[in-house]
Design a protein around this ligand. Structure first.
Ligand code: CP3
Length: 344
Protein backbone atom coordinates (compact mmCIF):
# COMPACT_ATOMS: atom_id res chain seq x y z
CA UNK A 1 0.00 0.00 0.00
CA UNK A 2 1.39 3.45 -0.82
CA UNK A 3 1.31 5.74 2.24
CA UNK A 4 -1.69 8.05 2.57
CA UNK A 5 -0.94 11.48 1.09
CA UNK A 6 -0.36 13.22 4.44
CA UNK A 7 2.30 10.66 5.32
CA UNK A 8 4.40 11.40 2.28
CA UNK A 9 8.03 12.10 3.17
CA UNK A 10 7.82 15.55 1.60
CA UNK A 11 4.91 16.67 3.81
CA UNK A 12 6.46 15.08 6.90
CA UNK A 13 9.67 17.02 6.31
CA UNK A 14 7.63 20.22 5.80
CA UNK A 15 6.15 19.60 9.25
CA UNK A 16 9.68 18.97 10.65
CA UNK A 17 8.89 15.30 11.28
CA UNK A 18 11.54 12.59 10.69
CA UNK A 19 11.50 10.75 7.35
CA UNK A 20 13.04 7.50 6.03
CA UNK A 21 15.22 9.42 3.56
CA UNK A 22 15.47 13.12 2.71
CA UNK A 23 12.70 14.21 0.32
CA UNK A 24 13.74 16.02 -2.86
CA UNK A 25 12.10 18.09 -5.59
CA UNK A 26 13.45 20.84 -7.85
CA UNK A 27 12.26 24.34 -8.50
CA UNK A 28 11.56 24.57 -12.26
CA UNK A 29 11.57 20.78 -12.47
CA UNK A 30 9.05 21.08 -15.30
CA UNK A 31 10.68 23.05 -18.04
CA UNK A 32 13.06 23.47 -20.89
CA UNK A 33 15.78 21.02 -19.81
CA UNK A 34 13.23 18.20 -20.38
CA UNK A 35 12.94 17.03 -24.02
CA UNK A 36 9.27 16.13 -23.49
CA UNK A 37 8.58 19.72 -22.34
CA UNK A 38 10.42 21.16 -25.35
CA UNK A 39 8.36 18.89 -27.62
CA UNK A 40 5.11 20.32 -26.19
CA UNK A 41 6.46 23.87 -26.48
CA UNK A 42 6.93 23.31 -30.23
CA UNK A 43 3.14 23.15 -30.46
CA UNK A 44 1.99 25.52 -27.70
CA UNK A 45 3.11 28.83 -26.24
CA UNK A 46 4.00 29.05 -22.55
CA UNK A 47 0.77 30.93 -21.82
CA UNK A 48 -1.25 28.33 -23.70
CA UNK A 49 0.30 25.55 -21.56
CA UNK A 50 -0.70 27.54 -18.47
CA UNK A 51 -4.23 28.32 -19.68
CA UNK A 52 -5.18 24.77 -20.70
CA UNK A 53 -5.56 22.62 -17.56
CA UNK A 54 -5.07 19.34 -19.49
CA UNK A 55 -1.74 20.57 -20.87
CA UNK A 56 -0.62 22.08 -17.56
CA UNK A 57 -1.37 18.73 -15.91
CA UNK A 58 0.66 16.86 -18.50
CA UNK A 59 3.68 19.13 -17.90
CA UNK A 60 3.26 18.90 -14.10
CA UNK A 61 3.55 15.12 -14.34
CA UNK A 62 6.57 14.99 -16.68
CA UNK A 63 9.31 15.40 -14.04
CA UNK A 64 7.52 13.11 -11.58
CA UNK A 65 7.68 10.30 -14.12
CA UNK A 66 11.22 11.11 -15.24
CA UNK A 67 12.97 11.88 -11.97
CA UNK A 68 11.27 10.07 -9.11
CA UNK A 69 10.97 13.28 -7.07
CA UNK A 70 8.93 13.38 -3.85
CA UNK A 71 6.63 16.25 -4.83
CA UNK A 72 5.11 17.78 -7.95
CA UNK A 73 4.84 21.51 -8.55
CA UNK A 74 1.92 22.82 -10.51
CA UNK A 75 2.81 24.05 -13.98
CA UNK A 76 1.86 27.74 -14.05
CA UNK A 77 3.73 31.05 -13.71
CA UNK A 78 3.92 33.61 -10.93
CA UNK A 79 3.00 36.37 -13.41
CA UNK A 80 -0.41 34.96 -14.46
CA UNK A 81 -2.31 37.31 -12.05
CA UNK A 82 -1.07 40.22 -14.22
CA UNK A 83 -3.65 39.26 -16.85
CA UNK A 84 -6.73 39.92 -14.67
CA UNK A 85 -4.90 42.93 -13.14
CA UNK A 86 -4.92 44.38 -16.67
CA UNK A 87 -1.13 44.84 -16.84
CA UNK A 88 -0.73 42.79 -20.03
CA UNK A 89 1.62 39.80 -20.04
CA UNK A 90 3.62 38.18 -22.82
CA UNK A 91 6.72 36.01 -23.07
CA UNK A 92 9.04 36.86 -25.95
CA UNK A 93 11.26 33.98 -27.09
CA UNK A 94 14.55 34.09 -25.21
CA UNK A 95 13.75 37.43 -23.56
CA UNK A 96 11.62 36.52 -20.59
CA UNK A 97 8.40 38.16 -19.51
CA UNK A 98 7.17 41.49 -20.85
CA UNK A 99 4.53 43.58 -19.13
CA UNK A 100 2.73 45.82 -21.62
CA UNK A 101 1.29 48.38 -19.18
CA UNK A 102 3.76 48.62 -16.28
CA UNK A 103 2.90 50.62 -13.15
CA UNK A 104 4.86 53.88 -13.26
CA UNK A 105 2.48 56.40 -11.63
CA UNK A 106 1.01 56.29 -8.15
CA UNK A 107 -2.49 56.84 -9.57
CA UNK A 108 -2.33 53.57 -11.52
CA UNK A 109 -2.31 51.58 -8.29
CA UNK A 110 -5.79 52.75 -7.28
CA UNK A 111 -7.11 51.90 -10.74
CA UNK A 112 -6.11 48.22 -10.53
CA UNK A 113 -9.24 46.06 -10.70
CA UNK A 114 -10.02 43.62 -7.86
CA UNK A 115 -9.03 40.04 -8.70
CA UNK A 116 -11.09 37.05 -7.61
CA UNK A 117 -8.91 33.93 -7.92
CA UNK A 118 -11.89 31.59 -8.39
CA UNK A 119 -13.29 33.62 -11.27
CA UNK A 120 -10.18 35.19 -12.80
CA UNK A 121 -7.63 32.40 -12.33
CA UNK A 122 -10.08 29.49 -12.44
CA UNK A 123 -7.98 27.73 -15.08
CA UNK A 124 -5.13 27.42 -12.56
CA UNK A 125 -7.47 25.98 -9.93
CA UNK A 126 -8.83 23.54 -12.51
CA UNK A 127 -5.23 22.47 -13.32
CA UNK A 128 -4.70 21.86 -9.59
CA UNK A 129 -7.78 19.62 -9.45
CA UNK A 130 -6.75 17.68 -12.57
CA UNK A 131 -3.12 17.27 -11.51
CA UNK A 132 -4.08 16.04 -8.04
CA UNK A 133 -6.31 13.41 -9.63
CA UNK A 134 -3.59 12.33 -12.07
CA UNK A 135 -0.71 12.13 -9.57
CA UNK A 136 0.17 8.98 -7.61
CA UNK A 137 -1.36 9.20 -4.14
CA UNK A 138 1.99 9.53 -2.35
CA UNK A 139 3.17 12.50 -4.47
CA UNK A 140 1.73 15.76 -3.08
CA UNK A 141 1.13 18.72 -5.36
CA UNK A 142 2.70 22.07 -4.47
CA UNK A 143 0.71 25.16 -5.42
CA UNK A 144 2.52 28.50 -5.67
CA UNK A 145 2.38 32.24 -6.17
CA UNK A 146 4.81 35.14 -6.44
CA UNK A 147 5.44 37.16 -3.30
CA UNK A 148 4.27 40.79 -3.24
CA UNK A 149 7.78 42.22 -3.70
CA UNK A 150 8.79 39.99 -6.61
CA UNK A 151 5.44 40.62 -8.34
CA UNK A 152 5.66 44.38 -7.72
CA UNK A 153 9.16 44.40 -9.23
CA UNK A 154 7.90 42.88 -12.51
CA UNK A 155 4.79 45.11 -12.50
CA UNK A 156 6.90 48.27 -12.11
CA UNK A 157 9.99 47.37 -14.18
CA UNK A 158 7.85 45.94 -16.99
CA UNK A 159 10.11 42.87 -17.14
CA UNK A 160 13.22 41.45 -15.54
CA UNK A 161 15.87 43.72 -14.03
CA UNK A 162 19.42 43.61 -12.72
CA UNK A 163 19.37 46.63 -10.40
CA UNK A 164 15.64 47.02 -9.67
CA UNK A 165 16.25 50.76 -9.96
CA UNK A 166 12.75 51.55 -11.31
CA UNK A 167 11.13 49.53 -8.54
CA UNK A 168 13.22 51.05 -5.75
CA UNK A 169 12.73 54.58 -7.09
CA UNK A 170 8.95 54.06 -6.99
CA UNK A 171 9.22 52.55 -3.50
CA UNK A 172 11.24 55.51 -2.17
CA UNK A 173 9.37 58.28 -4.03
CA UNK A 174 5.81 56.99 -3.64
CA UNK A 175 5.68 55.14 -0.33
CA UNK A 176 1.90 55.41 0.02
CA UNK A 177 1.25 54.04 -3.44
CA UNK A 178 3.93 51.38 -2.86
CA UNK A 179 2.26 50.15 0.33
CA UNK A 180 -1.16 50.21 -1.33
CA UNK A 181 0.18 48.13 -4.23
CA UNK A 182 1.87 45.68 -1.85
CA UNK A 183 -1.28 45.48 0.28
CA UNK A 184 -3.37 44.59 -2.76
CA UNK A 185 -0.83 42.05 -4.01
CA UNK A 186 -0.63 40.41 -0.58
CA UNK A 187 -4.42 39.97 -0.44
CA UNK A 188 -4.44 38.67 -4.00
CA UNK A 189 -1.68 36.07 -3.60
CA UNK A 190 -2.79 35.06 -0.10
CA UNK A 191 -6.31 34.28 -1.29
CA UNK A 192 -5.00 32.72 -4.52
CA UNK A 193 -2.75 30.35 -2.53
CA UNK A 194 -5.57 29.44 -0.16
CA UNK A 195 -7.79 28.71 -3.19
CA UNK A 196 -5.10 26.39 -4.61
CA UNK A 197 -5.06 24.50 -1.29
CA UNK A 198 -8.86 24.18 -1.36
CA UNK A 199 -8.57 22.81 -4.91
CA UNK A 200 -6.23 20.08 -3.62
CA UNK A 201 -2.67 21.46 -3.38
CA UNK A 202 -1.11 19.89 -0.26
CA UNK A 203 1.64 22.47 0.18
CA UNK A 204 2.11 26.05 -1.05
CA UNK A 205 5.24 27.98 -2.00
CA UNK A 206 5.57 31.76 -1.99
CA UNK A 207 8.33 32.77 -4.44
CA UNK A 208 10.17 35.96 -3.40
CA UNK A 209 12.87 35.36 -5.99
CA UNK A 210 14.32 38.89 -6.12
CA UNK A 211 13.86 40.13 -2.55
CA UNK A 212 17.61 39.76 -1.92
CA UNK A 213 18.22 42.99 -3.83
CA UNK A 214 16.99 44.92 -0.76
CA UNK A 215 18.90 46.10 2.30
CA UNK A 216 17.69 44.57 5.58
CA UNK A 217 16.22 47.94 6.57
CA UNK A 218 14.28 48.34 3.34
CA UNK A 219 13.03 44.75 3.61
CA UNK A 220 11.69 45.53 7.06
CA UNK A 221 10.03 48.81 6.04
CA UNK A 222 8.71 48.11 2.58
CA UNK A 223 8.16 44.35 2.34
CA UNK A 224 7.95 42.49 5.64
CA UNK A 225 4.34 43.34 6.66
CA UNK A 226 3.04 42.44 3.21
CA UNK A 227 4.86 39.10 2.97
CA UNK A 228 3.64 38.37 6.48
CA UNK A 229 0.03 39.06 5.43
CA UNK A 230 0.27 36.87 2.31
CA UNK A 231 1.82 34.02 4.32
CA UNK A 232 -0.81 34.37 7.03
CA UNK A 233 -3.66 34.10 4.49
CA UNK A 234 -1.97 31.10 2.82
CA UNK A 235 -1.26 29.40 6.15
CA UNK A 236 -4.90 29.66 7.16
CA UNK A 237 -5.63 27.06 4.46
CA UNK A 238 -4.07 24.45 6.75
CA UNK A 239 -1.30 23.07 4.51
CA UNK A 240 2.46 23.69 4.93
CA UNK A 241 3.76 26.90 3.39
CA UNK A 242 7.28 27.27 1.94
CA UNK A 243 8.70 30.81 1.99
CA UNK A 244 11.40 31.02 -0.66
CA UNK A 245 13.83 33.77 -1.61
CA UNK A 246 17.31 34.10 -3.09
CA UNK A 247 20.24 36.14 -1.79
CA UNK A 248 18.54 36.37 1.59
CA UNK A 249 21.57 35.59 3.79
CA UNK A 250 21.55 39.05 5.37
CA UNK A 251 17.74 39.18 5.60
CA UNK A 252 17.17 35.68 6.86
CA UNK A 253 16.04 36.42 10.40
CA UNK A 254 13.33 38.87 9.30
CA UNK A 255 12.53 36.82 6.19
CA UNK A 256 11.79 33.79 8.39
CA UNK A 257 9.92 35.95 10.90
CA UNK A 258 7.54 36.98 8.10
CA UNK A 259 6.31 33.39 8.12
CA UNK A 260 6.40 29.98 6.46
CA UNK A 261 6.67 26.47 7.86
CA UNK A 262 9.63 25.86 5.55
CA UNK A 263 12.23 28.49 4.64
CA UNK A 264 13.79 28.16 1.18
CA UNK A 265 17.43 29.30 1.01
CA UNK A 266 19.99 29.52 -1.77
CA UNK A 267 23.66 28.44 -1.99
CA UNK A 268 25.09 31.83 -0.99
CA UNK A 269 24.81 30.71 2.63
CA UNK A 270 25.80 27.24 3.95
CA UNK A 271 22.69 25.27 4.89
CA UNK A 272 23.75 24.75 8.53
CA UNK A 273 24.50 28.46 9.00
CA UNK A 274 21.11 29.35 7.50
CA UNK A 275 19.32 26.86 9.74
CA UNK A 276 21.05 28.28 12.78
CA UNK A 277 19.85 31.80 11.85
CA UNK A 278 16.31 30.67 11.15
CA UNK A 279 16.14 28.93 14.51
CA UNK A 280 14.40 25.80 15.74
CA UNK A 281 10.89 24.78 14.84
CA UNK A 282 11.10 25.52 11.15
CA UNK A 283 11.97 23.25 8.26
CA UNK A 284 14.49 24.30 5.61
CA UNK A 285 14.53 23.79 1.83
CA UNK A 286 17.63 23.91 -0.34
CA UNK A 287 20.26 24.66 -1.25
CA UNK A 288 22.42 23.27 -4.07
CA UNK A 289 23.65 25.79 -6.65
CA UNK A 290 21.78 24.99 -9.91
CA UNK A 291 25.08 25.41 -11.76
CA UNK A 292 26.49 22.44 -9.80
CA UNK A 293 24.35 20.28 -12.11
CA UNK A 294 26.66 21.35 -14.96
CA UNK A 295 29.83 20.34 -13.04
CA UNK A 296 31.69 17.06 -13.59
CA UNK A 297 29.71 14.24 -11.98
CA UNK A 298 32.16 13.63 -9.09
CA UNK A 299 32.11 17.31 -8.23
CA UNK A 300 28.30 17.36 -8.32
CA UNK A 301 28.18 14.36 -5.99
CA UNK A 302 30.55 16.03 -3.53
CA UNK A 303 28.35 19.15 -3.48
CA UNK A 304 25.15 17.14 -2.95
CA UNK A 305 26.77 15.23 -0.08
CA UNK A 306 27.96 18.50 1.45
CA UNK A 307 24.37 19.83 1.58
CA UNK A 308 23.20 16.55 3.16
CA UNK A 309 26.07 16.61 5.69
CA UNK A 310 25.15 20.14 6.75
CA UNK A 311 21.54 19.03 7.30
CA UNK A 312 23.08 16.20 9.36
CA UNK A 313 19.98 14.04 9.32
CA UNK A 314 17.94 16.57 11.29
CA UNK A 315 14.18 16.33 10.76
CA UNK A 316 12.81 19.02 8.48
CA UNK A 317 15.17 19.17 5.50
CA UNK A 318 13.66 19.24 2.00
CA UNK A 319 16.45 18.90 -0.56
CA UNK A 320 16.17 21.32 -3.47
CA UNK A 321 18.30 23.70 -5.49
CA UNK A 322 18.81 27.24 -4.30
CA UNK A 323 16.97 28.44 -7.44
CA UNK A 324 15.44 26.87 -10.55
CA UNK A 325 16.89 24.18 -12.83
CA UNK A 326 18.72 25.86 -15.74
CA UNK A 327 17.60 25.01 -19.31
CA UNK A 328 21.06 23.63 -20.22
CA UNK A 329 20.99 21.04 -17.40
CA UNK A 330 21.48 17.38 -18.42
CA UNK A 331 18.49 15.27 -17.29
CA UNK A 332 20.91 12.54 -16.09
CA UNK A 333 22.51 14.99 -13.63
CA UNK A 334 19.11 15.73 -12.07
CA UNK A 335 18.37 11.99 -11.87
CA UNK A 336 21.74 11.36 -10.21
CA UNK A 337 20.97 13.97 -7.54
CA UNK A 338 17.66 12.25 -6.71
CA UNK A 339 19.48 8.90 -6.36
CA UNK A 340 22.16 10.35 -4.04
CA UNK A 341 19.63 12.20 -1.88
CA UNK A 342 17.55 9.04 -1.60
CA UNK A 343 20.57 7.20 -0.29
CA UNK A 344 22.30 5.85 -3.40
O1 CP3 B 1 8.45 23.40 -12.69
C1 CP3 B 1 8.09 24.44 -12.12
O2 CP3 B 1 8.81 25.03 -11.30
C2 CP3 B 1 6.68 24.95 -12.34
C3 CP3 B 1 6.49 26.00 -13.27
C4 CP3 B 1 7.00 27.42 -13.05
C5 CP3 B 1 7.19 28.32 -14.14
N1 CP3 B 1 7.49 29.54 -13.63
C6 CP3 B 1 7.02 27.99 -15.57
C7 CP3 B 1 7.85 28.72 -16.55
C8 CP3 B 1 7.26 28.14 -11.87
C9 CP3 B 1 7.25 27.67 -10.43
C10 CP3 B 1 7.56 29.47 -12.26
C11 CP3 B 1 7.85 30.54 -11.29
C12 CP3 B 1 8.41 31.81 -11.76
N2 CP3 B 1 8.13 32.49 -12.93
C13 CP3 B 1 9.31 32.61 -11.01
C14 CP3 B 1 9.79 32.29 -9.62
C15 CP3 B 1 10.85 31.27 -9.64
C16 CP3 B 1 12.18 31.75 -10.12
O3 CP3 B 1 12.70 31.11 -11.03
O4 CP3 B 1 12.67 32.72 -9.56
C17 CP3 B 1 9.61 33.75 -11.78
C18 CP3 B 1 10.55 34.86 -11.39
C19 CP3 B 1 8.85 33.67 -12.99
C20 CP3 B 1 8.80 34.65 -14.10
C21 CP3 B 1 9.29 34.05 -15.36
N3 CP3 B 1 8.63 33.12 -16.12
C22 CP3 B 1 10.52 34.34 -16.02
C23 CP3 B 1 11.58 35.29 -15.51
C24 CP3 B 1 10.55 33.55 -17.19
C25 CP3 B 1 11.58 33.55 -18.30
C26 CP3 B 1 12.91 33.14 -17.94
C27 CP3 B 1 13.01 31.76 -17.33
O5 CP3 B 1 13.39 31.68 -16.15
O6 CP3 B 1 12.75 30.77 -18.02
C28 CP3 B 1 9.39 32.77 -17.20
C29 CP3 B 1 9.03 31.75 -18.21
C30 CP3 B 1 8.75 30.38 -17.73
N4 CP3 B 1 7.91 30.07 -16.71
C31 CP3 B 1 9.27 29.18 -18.28
C32 CP3 B 1 8.70 28.14 -17.55
C33 CP3 B 1 8.90 26.66 -17.76
C34 CP3 B 1 10.25 29.05 -19.45
C35 CP3 B 1 9.70 29.59 -20.69
C36 CP3 B 1 9.38 28.69 -21.84
O7 CP3 B 1 9.02 27.51 -21.76
O8 CP3 B 1 9.46 29.26 -22.92
Amino acid sequence: MPPAPDDSRFLKACRSEPTDVTPVWFMRQAGRYLPEYRALRQKHSLLELCHKPELATQVTLQPVERLGVDAAILFADILLPFEPLGLGLSFAAGEGPQITRPIREAAQVLELPPVDPAADLGFVLEAVRLAVRALPRHIPLIGFAGAPFTLASYAIEGGGSRTFAVTKRFMYAEPRAWHELMRRLAELVGSYLAAQARAGARALQLFDSWVGCLSPGDYQTYVFPHSQRALQLAGAAGVPVIHFGTDTATLLVDFARAGGDVIGVDWRIPLDVAWERIGPGRAIQGNLDPVALLAPRADLERRVRDVLARAAGRAGHVFNLGHGVLPETPVEAVQAVVAWVHGG
